[in-house]
Design a protein around this ligand. Structure first.
Ligand SMILES: NC(=O)C1=CN([C@@H]2O[C@H](COP(=O)(O)OP(=O)(O)OC[C@H]3O[C@@H](n4cnc5c(N)ncnc54)[C@H](OP(=O)(O)O)[C@@H]3O)[C@@H](O)[C@H]2O)C=CC1
Ligand SMILES: Cc1cn([C@H]2C[C@H](O)[C@@H](COP(=O)(O)OP(=O)(O)O[C@H]3O[C@@H](C)C(=O)[C@@H](O)[C@H]3O)O2)c(=O)[nH]c1=O
Ligand SMILES: [Mg+2]
Length: 278
């Protein structure tokens, strides 16, 4: 059972599950299963009778969340907790997704699952609270923290850059926020591997390997797309946004690698994704 099936990760989970050929898939987008509606949940469980549930549904608009915290909370905390509890009651496995933005920004080495959390934005705090509520309602849950997710479709930095790069002659992009771009297809495959393994419940990081600033990421996108737009590296203060983002959120992925294999480099994954964009 896949919730949030219309999002970028949701669509890739469907693809990964189909490729395995052994799974019967019940995928629900927001109109079929709204996490804030208990009656939708009951109907979906009755129909799918799943062995395992993947929750790709979330409120992901980082800046907008600053002005509508209740909406973000409703999905990322209450909705996620409700789904986790429903799975636990029925003995259904549960896989949830969280974000690099939950980590404390004081580290200068790849972040481990046991490191301190903080959350400098409404989005990050609702995701963190969601994690805690999930673990309280469902101690068997797997929670995968990931970062900078993109796909050839959906709302993401890659698609924003492709659009702006074609419209503008030059773009200023922050170069002092560092993380790891992650292809939604690689994340989906890792999530299925984790759920099929003997991995204990708890928190797992997953991201493509290698490190990039948003500026590096934009640079690689323009290079691969052959877009001729001048890129200027800037500091965070020069690009004010409603939500404060972490300056360093590279994830240590050793823990999940034991069950899902080592992730490939973000540049290799980006190349595969961009071949799908015509
Ligand atoms: N995108 C990223 O860079 C990152 C994402 N993550 C996490 O990964 C997960 C997947 O994210 P991603 O696929 O990128 O996000 P998307 O925004 O692409 O997809 C989220 C989906 O959830 C749906 N949704 C929103 N509210 C509800 C609701 N009440 N009930 C059911 N569905 C709902 C959205 O529908 P609609 O479009 O109609 O609102 C959308 O289809 C999320 O948990 C996210 O927090 C973690 C790190 C990075
Ligand atoms: C469009 C644009 C953005 N930026 C900066 C702003 C920001 O610091 C950075 C990325 O902007 P975005 O809004 O695309 O990224 P953002 O929405 O913050 O992406 C995050 O989404 C959530 C869901 C997550 O969980 C995170 O892992 C992360 O992927 O790029 C520029 O510097 N110049 C620009 O022209
Ligand atoms: Mg955004």
């Amino acid at each position: 059972m896949i919730c949030g099936a219309g999002g970028q990760l949701g669509q890739k989970l469907i693809g990964a599950a189909r490729a395995s050929k052994e799974l019967r898939i019940f995928a629900y987008n927001r109109s079929a299963l709204d996490l804030t509606k208990p009656e939708d949940l009951r109907a979906a469980f009755a129909e799918a009778k799943p062995d395992i549930c993947f929750n790709a549904a979330a409120y992901t608009a980082v800046d907008r969340a600053e002005s509508e915290p209740d909406k973000a909370r409703e999905v990322n905390v209450e909705g996620a907790a409700r789904l986790a509890a429903a799975c636990h009651q029925r003995g259904v496995g549960f896989v949830h997704f969280s974000t690099d933005y939950v980590y404390d920004d004081g580290y200068n080495r790849p972040l481990r699952e046991s490191d301190r959390t903080l959350g400098t934005s409404v989005y990050a705090r609702t995701k963190l609270e969601g994690e805690n509520e999930i673990m309280r309602h469902n101690p068997d849950a797997w929670i995968i923290r990931t970062s900078w997710v993109y796909a050839e479709y959906g709302h993401n930095f890659l698609r924003t850059m492709m659009r702006l790069g074609q419209e503008r002659e030059s773009l200023s992009i922050v170069a002092d926020q560092v993380g790891s771009p992650t292809y939604a297809a690689d994340l989906a495959a890792a999530a299925l591997s984790l759920a099929a393994s003997e991995a204990p419940s708890g928190i797992y990081n997953f991201a493509n390997s290698g490190v990039a600033s948003w500026y590096d990421f934009a640079h690689a996108i323009f290079e691969k797309a052959g877009i001729d737009c001048h890129l200027k590296p800037i500091r965070t203060e020069q690009y004010p946004t409603p939500a404060k983002r972490p300056s360093y959120s590279v994830l240590d992925t050793q823990k999940i690698a034991a069950y899902a294999g080592p992730p490939r480099h973000w540049r290799e994954a980006l190349e595969e994704c961009m071949k799908k964009i015509t």
